[in-house]
Design a protein around this ligand. Sequence first.
Ligand code: FAD
Length: 490
Amino acid sequence: MYCASLPGGACTDAQWTSALFRNSIPGALNQVNFEQGYDLTPPSLCLRNSTTCGQGNVPLYSVEAETVKDVQAAVTFAATHDLRLVVKSSGHDYLGRSTAPVALLVHMARFTDVAFTDAFMVGGQNMGSAVTVGPGVHMNDIYQQTKANGKIVVGGTAATVCAAGGYLQGAGHSSLAPLFGLAADNVLEFQVVVASGELLTVNSISNPDLFFALRGGGAGSWGVIVAATVRTFPTFNVTKSVIELGALTNTAAAALARVHAEHIFDLDPVQGGQYYYLEKPGNTSVLTVETITANTTLEQGKALLTPFMNDALAVPDIFFNFKRFRHNGWSRLIPAAAYEAPNGPATVAKVYQELLDGGAQIILGNLVAGGQVSRNANISSAVHPAWRTAKTHLILGSGWDDSASLPEINTLRKWFQTDQVAVLEQLSGPDAGSYSNEADIFEPKFQTTFYGPNYSKLSAIKSKYDPLDLFIVASGVGSERWDEWGLCTV
Ligand SMILES: Cc1cc2nc3c(=O)[nH]c(=O)nc-3n(C[C@H](O)[C@H](O)[C@H](O)COP(=O)(O)OP(=O)(O)OC[C@H]3O[C@@H](n4cnc5c(N)ncnc54)[C@H](O)[C@@H]3O)c2cc1C
């Protein structure tokens, strides 16, 4: 849609698929499907090669905020004129929460300040080494700057996700989380413009209830973060490995998943983290396993993975070894107990087999829990308690191209609820938690699935800081009072 407004009337293929390009344009989203108004009446679409475009779900107006005063003016204007308000930092959201039709958007991309300190003070107490970042700072930028300062932060995999927007409010997983806890566990302070237009300092002493909510209580529901301060740690050496294993059949892929589950605790001695994903673009599948272990030599890193590799290569129909654009992500947090159970790895294999036989395109596993994530269970924050007992976070994705018909697209969009969640429940158990940042907007019981027992407390905090429901997002706290676009109360 924004391409049509560019000089010459179009953008290049490179721009169309560039996360950085999309980040920089107020109404553009990384998950391009959320720009489409599939559910509007009539549907309002704008595809890659469309010659005429509807507005879709892209907001009508946006504020390219540069200062806190700009944000305050936008929030006050929206409150005064009863406008639908949305906030975007990177536009990477998997639930499309950084857009809405007929809305006013506040774009935070220009908040790119980064400031380091060795002694961050909260209520007179020295909290140690920390960095304060604006919500427009991408992960890659913060990684480069912390590295230059001999420090690291708990951050995510995508270089172009923002370090201080939705990521922190959702929980923020990382391959360093088993070592240092979730990103939200490591926030020391937020600066937030709330619905009244006030700029609040939010930490464990000042507005502690809002601090509780902003750490895990869901993205986009509380106010506009203009800065966040997070702990930094000294740097250390890590070993990173990427293993790709091909499977000729679904049975072989399921056996591979079983072997992987049998070795799920192998990294515990060093509290390593791992992102592993099984993709099935055609007849064969590929399991990619990306592992990061801290303070290990290359030899030690290899030794930690050797038992898994030996068993994996013994699986029939496996070969040592390719990407599909993902439009939706749906997830469940899988308890460590599910892997510890005597039949745990066999159940993993059964779940993978049924998902693949049912046509699953990609199954992502994030070994980003346990360790310090579990030990942080006593932190007062809205992080779903299921994170504290989880070992992995499993995500199912699906994609379609522009030639897909609306009925086909809608079948895929609802697939998790119609078919896949029941399969996953064999592993996660019923009514399991999910990670609200990488999840399904159609979760019927999002209050408990995303927020667990914290929902009523979060609702009370929401009423205090946002009594007019200015900050409403899909499946966010208070959204049950609104239609799916956050435009009309129900
Ligand atoms: C390729 C990719 C990789 C990812 N990797 C990881 C990972 O490793 N770990 C992980 O935990 N997650 C990961 N995610 C998920 C990521 O945490 C979410 O997409 C998150 O919502 C992105 O936040 P954002 O602010 O950058 O995006 P946006 O789409 O701009 O915003 C997301 C949500 O946050 C709100 N928001 C944004 N900025 C602000 C602000 N300044 N103040 C208040 N609300 C705001 C928006 O309104 C929206 O509700 C990944 C996503 C992608 C697409």
